[in-house]
Design a protein. Structure first.
Length: 326
């Protein structure tokens, strides 16, 4: 009797172990049931991203915002309904772009193999492929994610790292997702490409503490230049400013140089220089070759892409990325 119970325990442990293996993301997850999937995505990105290279930064940002809410499950793509306001309509996501791009990729993959490739994997793959296509680093994207069915704007509002966040806030939000201070510095390095609306940092120029003052941590000459030539109105929510002036489409170390010059746009960027550990890491990155940054960034991206993923029988494979299956 005891031997039977012992055997039963072993079987349960083995089943649990096998289940955990099946739940892991793997490289080439679609190699058997949709072998051309990643090639289709890669080809589409290479064909179209050069017509709008700024989309590379937008797609990377979408991937980041998706993974930070409920894990990398494409919940950021879901539309709001009559009784639910979705993530994409939360304030931090109102400036997200690239939804049509993802939808076009999804339609091509669905035509090849219906109901097989998740929207969550598509986001992860187009983010990587668009960065590579525009001259940035490559990172591995293991696949097998499934799509979530819940999307809530309040969760996005409360949990997407804010541009005005201090280091304590940022560290807590990253730590909750298994990311450390080095990951914070490296993933923030994505700000080396793309643009920002003036409204995302205008308080640093015009009303930092509520009395019409300027953020003293922002270089005064740079602030004056922004006020004179770009963000002339504190309420401007349309004008865009390059994150790294002159090289917004070049994935380089320019962002980190600006950090040490006190010329990064966001408070969350400037926060990286307020801690000796993060500031030292920024200096190390600048002193090393670009490939060193690329290699470290790649590891952090793969790490981020695994946050709370849904695999196995959890979630679904959406037929359309903007709505859950009926």
């Amino acid at each position: 009797m005891g031997g039977t119970r012992y055997s039963g325990i072993i079987i349960l442990v083995l089943l649990g172990f096998l289940g955990s293996i099946q739940a892991q993301l793997v490289l080439g997850f679609y190699s058997k049931n949709c072998p051309r999937a990643e090639k289709i995505i890669h080809n589409f990105v290479n064909m179209h991203i050069h017509n709008a290279p700024s989309l590379a930064a937008a797609l990377l940002r979408m991937h980041f915002h998706d993974c930070f809410i409920r894990g990398c499950d494409a919940s950021v793509l879901l539309n709001s309904t009559s009784n639910n306001q979705a993530e994409k309509d939360a304030f931090p996501n109102l400036s997200l772009r690239g939804f049509d791009f993802v939808d076009r990729v999804k339609s091509l993959v669905e035509a090849e193999c219906p109901g097989i490739v998740s929207c969550a994997d598509i986001i992860a793959l187009v983010a990587r492929d668009s960065i590579v296509a525009t001259g940035g680093p490559f990172w591995r994207v293991p696949t097998g994610r499934r799509d979530g069915t819940i999307s809530n704007s309040t969760e996005a509002l409360n949990n997407i790292p804010p541009t005005f966040g201090n280091l304590t806030t940022l560290q807590k939000q990253f730590s909750k997702r298994g990311l450390d201070l080095n990951d914070l510095v490296l993933l923030s390095g994505a700000h080396t490409i793309g643009v920002s609306h003036c409204s995302s940092f205008s308080n640093r120029l015009y009303n930092f503490t509520g009395v019409g003052d300027q953020d003293p941590s922002l270089d005064s000459k740079y602030a004056a230049n922004l006020k004179a030539n770009k963000c002339r109105n504190p309420n401007d929510n349309t004008t865009k400013v390059e994150m790294t002036p002159g090289s917004r489409n070049t994935f380089d170390l320019g962002y980190y140089s600006l950090l040490l010059q006190r010329r990064a746009l966001f408070e969350s960027d400037a926060a990286l220089t307020t801690n000796p550990t993060t500031k030292s890491f920024v200096t190390q990155l600048l002193q090393g070759p670009l490939q060193n940054f690329y290699d470290k960034f790649a590891k952090s991206m793969e790490k981020m892409g695994r946050i709370n993923v849904k695999t196995g029988s959890i979630g679904e494979i959406r037929k359309q990325c903007a709505v859950v299956n009926s």
